[in-house]
Write a protein that binds this ligand. Structure first.
Ligand SMILES: [Zn+2]
Length: 306
């Protein structure tokens, strides 16, 4: 995961430009939901069709990649989903018995209760939306939303009151804007392997990183491993060119910066690798070699340093 910079005003402007009148309709629909006290489509319209109207806004903001796994959806046959960060329907207990058993997930801390009505008032809240790949949304995230604090209740069901939800102290991170912690402080990478950034298992940051990795199964999806390995090899090749041609280093550095910017696939992995190479080229070389093994291709035997 990585943060995407956008302000409240900018997000609203983009939505208004893309779908004039959408926000007014969302407000009307939200009033109906708040009255009902649970998620339903009272006015007979299709909720999914409605929120998918503004999906392109989020896809553009996120540079065409999934908010959770950072895969590029331009390069895959995967489908886009408009993801509700806080589930609009019920919230299930994380981890489910099935996932806990299958993936051997066990925590020595509480992850919050389930909720029957979920966050129905946020079904049409732009700050509850993200663009995600269908796999992250439908297979992994589902209706999980673990928290360390107290689950927000009906009285907080106001669209303009994001602060009311901070008391929940969620384990997942919302990557749009600056309302939540920067995901880089929660998750980083050793080569193609995601790990919590904090090494202290007792910290909230460590727990958040661990749960995000667990929920999205970030280390066990071959497709993601392959894309990350490609990223690492691509960056290494740039380091190599800079090693051989010092006069090109400025341009190469600019290219690396673009490749590691938030709108590019697997930017978090790329940044971690770039940083490791700058501070410890030998350690980075190990990650590079493992990436080559992962893609069944030979590794250069030279370690670039500049
Ligand atoms: Zn994804």
């Amino acid at each position: 995961m990585i943060r995407f910079d956008v302000t409240d005003a900018d997000l609203m402007r983009r939505i208004d430009q893309h779908a004039p009148g959408w926000r007014e309709s969302a407000k009307t629909k939200t009033d109906l939901l708040i009255k009902a006290g649970f998620y339903e489509e009272k006015d007979g319209t299709d909720g999914e069709k409605f929120w998918r109207e503004i999906l392109p806004v989020y896809i553009a903001l996120q540079g065409g990649k999934c908010a959770y796994c950072e895969c590029s959806l331009d390069e895959t046959p995967r489908e886009w989903d408009l993801e509700h960060f806080r589930p609009k329907n019920s919230v299930a207990k994380w981890p489910s018995a099935k996932r806990a058993k299958k993936e051997k997930i066990k925590y020595d801390f509480d992850t919050g209760p389930e909720s029957r009505q979920g966050y129905y008032a946020l079904a049409y809240a732009p700050w509850n939306y993200l663009a995600a790949c269908d796999l992250c949304n439908r297979q992994y995230k589902l209706n999980f939303f673990p928290i360390a604090g107290t689950r927000a209740r009906d009285e907080h069901a106001r669209l303009d009151d994001a602060a009311a939800y901070t008391q929940e102290s969620p384990y997942l991170a919302y990557p749009l804007g600056t309302s939540d912690t920067d995901p880089l402080t929660l998750i980083t990478f050793d080569g193609i392997i995601a790990r919590p950034t904090s090494l202290d298992v007792t910290t909230k940051e460590y727990r958040r990183g661990k749960i995000i990795i667990d929920i999205f199964d970030l280390n066990m999806r071959p497709f993601l491993q392959k894309q990350r390995a490609q990223k690492i090899i691509y960056l290494w090749n740039l380091f190599m060119i800079g090693d051989r041609f010092p006069e090109l280093r400025d341009e190469i550095t600019q290219t690396i910066q673009i490749q590691c910017s938030s709108s590019r696939p697997h930017a978090n992995c790329g940044r971690a690798f770039w940083e490791k190479w700058r501070s410890d080229p030998n350690a980075a070389y190990k990650d590079y070699r493992e990436a080559c093994i992962r893609l069944k291709q030979p590794a250069f035997s030279v370690i670039p340093r500049w």
